[in-house]
Write a protein that binds this ligand. Structure first.
Ligand SMILES: [Ca+2]
Length: 292
């Protein structure tokens, strides 16, 4: 497994991202501890609008069906793509609940993608580390556009590597990724060529706690405030103190495809993408609705 990981250009980014995170940690952690989440809800929906959606979703019927009440929480925040992985076992695409961004299976091995495995909510999809979903060239969030990515993830093994949600060029590493390195979840967003031809600016967030081999809820929000980017990783509804770097970078528009589960071995469920930053309260509500 390690040999194939090191042989991959994309995984090189995962290692690079982790290294960047570690370096930034040494200098920034004390400074960060006082302002882990400032502005995290700056891009969220107005309270009145979000509140109305929650009230509508919380019908007695929804509470009687735990799986659908989780979906109601997600849908009330108006994701731009939402993959529940309730697809039939012989499906070759994952249905987008809210739009037309069908995710196509990219199988590089027999049984590389298996639908219908037990999920965090309903069923999930299992990936073998050599297969993924391709959503196409969408959701760059180029410029200073706030966004959120969300996933329930169950690694197959400890010290897992792989990218859960990525839109990343293979040569310049422009774009963003939420992934695992040594079992620890981390996020980076990169733009190359800002300070110089070989320079890259990044914003990142992560956790030093390896994920357990059961479903964990991961959410990353990216916001821009005073022209600087700020990322926050939430693990099971709680903001990680590692992150929130004020970066002068923003995201480029690239032709890289959005991939789900690239180089990841384990199960993914309930992937959602939003063109705004969810508030800490809404992220907590999602976790509470979806937790075991
Ligand atoms: Ca599901």
């Amino acid at each position: 497994m390690r040999a194939s990981v090191f042989g991959s250009a994309v995984m090189a980014v995962a290692f690079g991202a982790s290294f960047h995170l570690a370096c930034a940690l040494m200098t920034d952690l004390d400074e960060l501890s006082g302002k882990p989440n400032a502005g995290a809800d700056a891009g969220g929906a107005p309270p009145s609008e979000a509140g109305a959606g929650v009230d509508a979703a919380r019908s007695p019927d929804a509470d009687a069906a735990p799986s659908s009440s989780y979906a109601a929480e997600v849908l009330s925040d108006a994701p731009v793509a939402y993959y529940r992985f309730e697809d039939s076992p012989d499906a070759e695409t994952a249905k987008d609940e809210v739009g037309e961004h069908t995710a196509s299976v990219v199988t590089k091995s027999a049984k590389g993608v298996v639908f219908g495995v037990p999920g965090a909510r309903g069923t999930a999809v299992s990936l073998d580390g050599m297969s993924s979903f391709d959503v196409g060239d969408v959701f760059d969030f180029a410029g200073k556009v706030p966004f959120t990515v969300e996933v329930w993830v169950k690694p197959k093994a400890k010290e897992s590597y792989g990218n859960l949600i990525q839109k990343l060029t293979e040569t310049s590493f422009d774009g963003y990724r939420l992934g695992l390195s040594d079992g620890e979840p981390s996020f980076t967003a990169n733009r190359s060529g800002v300070a110089g031809p070989d320079q890259r600016v990044s914003l990142g967030a992560g956790s030093e706690a390896p994920l357990p081999l059961e479903f964990t809820h991961l959410v990353v929000t990216v916001v821009y405030k005073f022209q600087r980017g700020n990322a926050t990783l939430y693990v099971n509804g709680v903001a990680s103190p590692i992150g929130g770097y004020d970066s002068p970078g923003d995201l480029p528009d690239t032709s890289a495809h959005l991939l789900l589960g690239n180089l990841f071995e384990g199960a993914l469920d309930e992937v959602a993408i939003y063109d705004k930053a969810l508030s800490p309260e809404r992220i907590r509500a999602h976790y509470e609705a979806g937790k075991p």
